[in-house]
Design a protein around this ligand. Structure first.
Ligand code: HPA
Ligand code: ZN
Length: 337
């Protein structure tokens, strides 16, 4: 079996995917038309041509503009289901999706619109594909911690359907320690905690995410590799890193996929996973990301990435065991063929 077919059939979880970042240009224009919203681009081609980024902020500026096309619960449902259709086709059995409520409440949408729309899309995907999912509420780190607290308060009626909180948006100049209190409050409410750190920010931001935010998972984490003691600590505590190869390329976190650190991460004993981050903007869904790094890895390492994605998920242990058994069965079946 060739490697692309092997990747395609491999059961996997996705742990780092911003649902607003799965808004394809075609859907952005059709939602904008449906809602009477203006987009500052003439057409799909002009929009795609603008997806030429040299740093995280270049992308974020366009990503927040694009999210303005989303206005109703139905929009969020349709957005989520379109992503889950793509994910299911890529062999994703479970996905833990991020959403940015502040991007929507700042435009006057009630918290309910995004939350209930996404939850409806998640239920539809489970019924349609058997693909399970969880929802992670991200705080925007370029806004003050007080705004994050207000968001956590607005989320209160939904907290039984939200697995955890995350931290995203502009990393440089917005260190994790600025969100220490709101992460502690989220933890006290029984929520898991994840944070983007070490994408553009230094290793110190990763230490802060560990020590101040008490994270359960590290999003990106690439720059951890600059600090051997940090790598040893992450490996020792089996910290899951949600790595996003095509995102790293598009945002110039790496110069070239041939230099992508995923192989080094695995060989250093880090629990790395592969994810799509913002697939509509970065040129591919999860299997595109697996294929992008496949030349750097052996087949066993590709399988390890898939196993890591289940081990790093927030699923109950028995579900993780069931999915790992499916991976083992897949490996045994492809060895035989
Ligand atoms: N980094 C930070 N914030 C984000 C990203 C990312 O890769 N994607 C969407 N929001
Ligand atoms: Zn991200």
């Amino acid at each position: 079996m060739d490697i692309d077919s092997y990747i395609a059939g491999l059961p996997k979880a996705e742990l780092h995917m911003h649902i607003e970042g799965s808004l394809e240009p075609e859907m952005m224009f059709s939602l904008a038309r449906r809602n009477g919203v203006q987009i500052p681009f003439a057409n799909v081609e002009a929009l795609r041509a603008a997806y030429d980024f040299s740093r995280l902020q270049d992308f974020l500026d366009i990503y927040y503009q694009g999210a303005a096309a989303l206005r109703t619960e139905e929009d969020f449902h349709d957005l989520a289901l379109a992503y889950f259709d793509r994910a299911a086709a890529d062999g994703v059995v479970h996905s833990e999706i991020f959403f940015d409520p502040q991007t929507h409440t700042a435009r006057g949408l009630p918290f309910k619109v995004a939350a209930d729309g996404l939850l409806a899309g998640m239920a539809a995907a489970e019924a349609k594909h058997g693909l399970t999912s969880k929802l992670i509420l991200c705080f925007l780190r370029h806004l003050p911690e007080a705004d994050a607290f207000a968001t956590l308060e607005a989320a209160e009626p939904w907290l039984d359907r939200i697995v955890g909180v995350g931290l995203d948006s502009s990393e440089l100049g917005h260190p994790p320690e600025d969100f220490t209190r709101v992460f502690a409050a989220a933890g006290a409410l029984g929520l898991k905690r994840v944070a983007h750190a070490g994408e553009e920010g230094p290793p110190d931001y990763v230490y802060q995410a560990l020590d101040r935010l008490d994270i359960d998972r590290l999003d990106h984490g690439n720059r951890s590799l600059e600090d051997d003691a940090l790598v040893a600590r992450l490996a020792k505590q089996h910290m899951t890193l949600t790595v996003c190869p095509l995102s790293n390329l598009k945002l110039c976190v790496v110069r070239d996929l041939a230099e992508h650190p995923i192989a080094r991460m695995l060989r250093l004993g880090l629990r790395a996973t592969v994810n799509s981050d913002d697939p509509a903007y970065f040129g591919g869904y999860i299997n595109d990301n697996f294929r992008a790094v496949a030349p750097l890895l052996g087949r066993d390492e590709l399988t390890t990435l898939a196993r890591n994605s289940l081990l790093g998920s927030f699923l109950p242990a028995q579900d993780i065991a069931r999915h790992i058994a499916a991976i083992d069965a897949y490996v045994a079946g492809t060895d035989a063929s």
